[in-house]
Design a protein around this ligand. Structure first.
Ligand code: XUL
Ligand code: CO
Length: 434
């Protein structure tokens, strides 16, 4: 153990009555929920960027955190950071973590330098992972922070940036595969635009489609078995982002022939920014067959921007997991905390407490969702509401045409009788479980 987390013992499950602030009160990894261990439903992951790379800056002030690995400009400090990160993984016992290339290695003077830094740190991670249970949920490339990406990566008007982006993603996919990553994520932070006055949208979309096809081709070429995921977000940092929400992403995937190859990593806070509920995004992705993984971090509901806070609302989380369970679970995906501390939360123990709290909220949400699944109340309400469609006549209508339907309506056989949607009764029902 490095000095950073010294004195903090591994967190364990102590049950709901525990008053120990660093114990799991609900996350009991081996507890069986709907036939499988809780940990295999939730598949928790720590986000390296917020927990270890973010220095606590905001638009009005620079860093508030002074970690032993700051400033993050040398391989030596990248390794000190990795040591602390893996200490935290040992303390939390969560099964996965995620990174961007820029979180884990210092930027070099050239592409080749940055690549050699990445390869060195990946080997360092590999050694640490060999003696532990923690695995890589996904890797990704940060193609939004450095000034070269200011006008986009795959959608940049400059073909040299497209090339740099392709080489960067290739390197990050290689690194992800080397560590046995379960997925590879692309979040297009700058894949969008500020003004149409300087933007050729249709050309940019075609370039993004071509780029994603190259990602998929490369995945097959190297035999990467993980899932390729794109992460929708409507705005911030770009004013208009091409990956606005789940439905927009699906339309894009379909246009470029990728809907069977690429799934979505949905983030709770991004759903809210798009004016949706998280369960809307989950249900949309599930209906379209592209639900991949989730980032379970919320925004502040008053500030209206992406604050990336740890989840703390059990009823919201319960409905999210209800839709995930209904969709058959997360598969190779997981629950990534793309969440950061508030910038006044300076202490190493704040990092532990935030994850413990987030994991407990999700565990409570999952068990509430599982209880609703087992009880079957919501499912029965749906079955009843749609029962008219179980009749032979209704099914035949779907195979008929407008003239046939018109004739039966005109003959008076059809006389719709409005029925209650029972929303309040169903809301009351959900309240019994959360
Ligand atoms: C940004 C965001 C990213 C992605 C990975 O809002 O969510 O951290 O999850 O690039
Ligand atoms: Co995210």
């Amino acid at each position: 153990m490095t000095p950073f987390f010294e004195g903090i013992p591994p967190v364990s499950f102590e049950g709901p009555d525990s008053t120990n602030p660093l114990a799991y009160r609900h996350y009991n990894p081996d507890e069986i929920v709907l036939g499988k261990p809780m940990k295999d439903h939730l598949r928790f992951s720590v986000a390296y960027w917020h927990s270890f790379a973010w220095e606590g800056g905001d638009p009005f002030g620079a860093h508030t955190f002074e970690r032993p690995w700051h400033p993050q400009d040398s391989m030596e400090r990248a390794k000190i950071k990795a040591d602390a990160a893996f200490d935290m993984f040992d303390i939390l016992g969560q099964p996965y973590f995620c990174w961007h290339d820029a979180d884990i290695r210092p930027e070099g003077d050239s592409f080749a330098d940055s690549l050699s830094n990445l390869e060195e740190i990946i080997d360092y991670f590999g050694e640490k992972m060999a003696t532990r249970d923690v695995k890589l949920l996904w890797g990704t490339a940060n193609m939004f922070s450095h000034r070269r990406w200011m006008g986009g990566a795959a959608t940049n008007p400059d073909p040299e940036v497209f090339a740099y982006s392709a080489a960067t993603v290739k390197a990050c996919m290689d690194a992800t595969m080397k560590l046995g990553g379960q997925n590879y994520v692309l979040w297009g932070g700058r894949e969008g635009y500020e003004t149409l006055l300087n933007t050729d949208m249709s050309r940019e979309l075609d370039h993004m489609g071509r780029f994603l096809n190259m990602v998929v081709d490369y995945k097959h070429k190297i035999g990467f078995e993980g899932t390729i995921l794109v992460e929708p977000k409507p705005q911030e940092p770009s004013k208009h982002q091409y990956d606005y929400d789940a439905a927009t992403c699906f339309g894009f995937l379909q246009k470029y022939g990728l809907e069977k190859e690429v799934k979505l990593n949905l983030e709770q806070g991004h759903a809210i920014l798009a004016g949706h509920s998280f369960e809307h995004e989950l249900a949309t992705a599930s209906a379209l067959g592209v639900l991949g993984s989730i980032d379970m971090n919320r925004n502040d509901y008053q500030s209206g921007w992406d604050t990336d806070q740890f989840p703390n609302n059990v009823p919201e989380v319960a409905l999210a997991y209800y839709h995930i369970l209904k969709a058959g679970g997360l598969g190779k995906g997981g629950t990534n905390f793309d969440a950061k501390l508030r910038r006044q939360s300076l202490d190493p123990v704040d990092l532990i407490a935030s994850h413990v709290g987030g994991m407990d909220v999700c565990a409570r949400g999952l068990t509430a969702a599982a209880a609703m699944v087992e009880d079957g109340g919501l499912k029965n309400a749906l079955t009843e509401r749609y029962s008219g469609w179980d009749t032979k006549g209704a099914q035949q209508m779907l195979d008929s045409d407008f003239d046939t339907i018109f004739a039966s309506v005109l003959s008076g056989e059809i006389a719709p009788q409005p029925r209650s949607g029972r929303q309040e009764r169903l809301e009351n029902y959900v309240n019994r479980f959360v």
